[in-house]
Design a protein around this ligand. Structure first.
Ligand SMILES: Nc1ncnc2c1ncn2[C@@H]1O[C@H](COP(=O)(O)OP(=O)(O)O)[C@@H](O)[C@H]1O
Ligand SMILES: [Mg+2]
Length: 433
């Protein structure tokens, strides 16, 4: 075969590869990253690692820092330090991961500070640095925002009391698991995605043997869509007072049953005796606490506050869970709010209007998370920082659940709404009025 034939053959093979590659990546979008994005970024990481380490003080030098020059002792730093050893970048969905072994004397702190510089050097959307183990630093770079357009998995969660709400930055499912974290606080400015998240939660819990109780004192505008699946729904504060009092009575009943059986939680009771789990959803928390100053008003607000706190304190072990959504959770709403917040271990912080709210939602758990929550933009509806008292935090985006889809799920599973004897009376009272 002569030269021109060989060239033609190589060109034909290349063209064929390009066409097949294009077809393949169109059919399997997840693979596009591994075939085209990852190799480029990995090359960039390998080529720039030493330079970036040098410039960002990630290097060490074991040269003596003093030298004698003539009759003088001169102090200084060695010109070239040793860059820490990095392994080969490992591909992860939409990004790559680099494990760095610290050299003796190094700490993870400068790596955390260099995250931004690394993101620019590698043309990454974001770089996260963690130190999972002494002497190791793991750098994860993502090429694009995985939360920009999450594809809704219209999946139903398999396990009892867990709900798949969306995706998190690492590409994993955003799962709310009430067995692990019993109570949740959801904050965010108006139109940041709180009610949409509750709608998703309702549609995920609807097929499960779980009693759902709604408290939406803004006239029930949001939660009444799912009324059919709720065991009871309070749409003003008067009703909320009754429903919450009934739930507290229910919790005390369960406590007695557990004590009699020698169980420390309802989960230790035999299955046939175990009461049905209850998830109480509260939208617009402030409506429960704000008063016009009149005595009756203040009394109702105090009753709500005391009952909610009681449920939060006792409910976890007794299968009664709270999900509380609101725009603000500050002590301006009343003294009970701070105590309630301390009991709600799980936090979801959407876009907020003021730094104070982010601080209140996340500050007691993690300082870094506060800054991240403040950077959520107005167009990023449904994006939130998720944190739990275990210390970690992650950014996530809920799947957009339209009201009609949630209503349809509630309707389909309406027959599953368990009745709770303690709650029967307030529901009827509420419907009559
Ligand atoms: N996860 C999401 N993805 C895309 N858009 C969303 C998402 N969550 C909410 N939105 C949009 O934001 C709007 C306001 O959301 P909503 O849940 O009513 O906010 P809030 O209850 O905080 O006032 C919704 O109508 C929807 O269009
Ligand atoms: Mg709302």
């Amino acid at each position: 075969m002569d030269g021109s034939h060989l060239l033609a053959l190589v060109l034909a093979v290349l063209a064929w590869c390009a066409v097949v590659g294009r077809e393949f990546t169109l059919r399997h979008p997840a693979w596009r990253w591994y075939l085209t994005g990852y190799p480029l970024m990995a090359a960039r990481v390998l080529l720039t690692w030493r330079k970036v380490a040098q410039v960002n003080d990630l290097t060490v030098s074991y040269q003596p820092t003093r030298r004698v020059l003539g009759e003088l002792v001169v102090r200084g730093e060695a010109l070239r330090g040793l860059a820490p050893r990095a392994g080969l970048p490992r591909p992860v969905p939409g990004g790559l991961q680099l494990t760095v072994r610290l050299r003796p004397g190094q700490t993870p702190a400068p790596f955390l500070d260099a995250a931004d510089a690394l993101a620019h050097a590698w043309r990454a959307h974001a770089v996260r640095v963690v130190s999972p183990q002494r002497g190791l630093v793991v750098i994860t770079a993502t090429a694009f925002d995985p939360l920009a357009e999450p594809l809704d998995g219209a999946r139903e969660s398999a396990a009892l009391l867990t709900a798949v709400l969306g995706v998190v930055e690492t590409g994993r499912d955003w799962v709310m698991d009430f067995r692990r974290v019993p109570h949740w606080l959801i904050v965010g400015a108006t139109r940041s995605g709180k009610s949409t998240l509750l709608a998703r939660l309702v549609s995920q819990l609807a097929p499960q043997p779980v009693a759902l109780v709604g408290i939406d004192c803004k006239g029930g505008m949001e939660l009444s869509l799912f009324r059919e699946r709720f065991t009871t729904l309070a749409s003003n504060r008067r009703e909320a007072v009754d429903v919450l009092a009934a739930l507290v009575a229910e919790v005390h009943d369960r406590m007695r049953a557990c004590r009699a059986a020698g169980a420390r939680s309802v989960w230790e009771l035999p299955e046939e005796e175990r009461p049905v789990p209850v998830v109480v959803l509260v939208d617009e928390l402030a409506e429960l606490y704000l008063t016009n100053g009149s005595r009756a008003d203040r009394g109702e607000a105090e009753q709500c506050s005391t009952s909610l706190l009681r449920l939060a304190q006792l409910g976890a072990a007794l299968g009664v869970h709270l999900v509380v959504a609101g725009q603000r959770v500050g002590s301006d709403l009343g003294p009970g709010v701070t105590a309630l917040r301390a009991q709600l271990a799980g936090r979801v912080c959407h876009r907020v209007n003021d730094p104070g709210t982010a601080e209140m939602a996340l500050g007691d758990l993690n300082k870094d998370a506060v800054a991240v929550a403040q950077s959520i933009g107005t167009h990023e509806q449904g994006v939130a920082v998720l944190a739990a008292d275990s210390g970690g935090w992650v950014r996530g985006r809920s799947y957009l659940t339209r009201p009609d889809a949630a209503r349809e799920a509630a309707h389909r599973h309406a027959c599953l709404a368990p009745s709770l004897p303690a709650l029967q009376t307030p529901v009827e009272a509420g419907e009559e009025s």
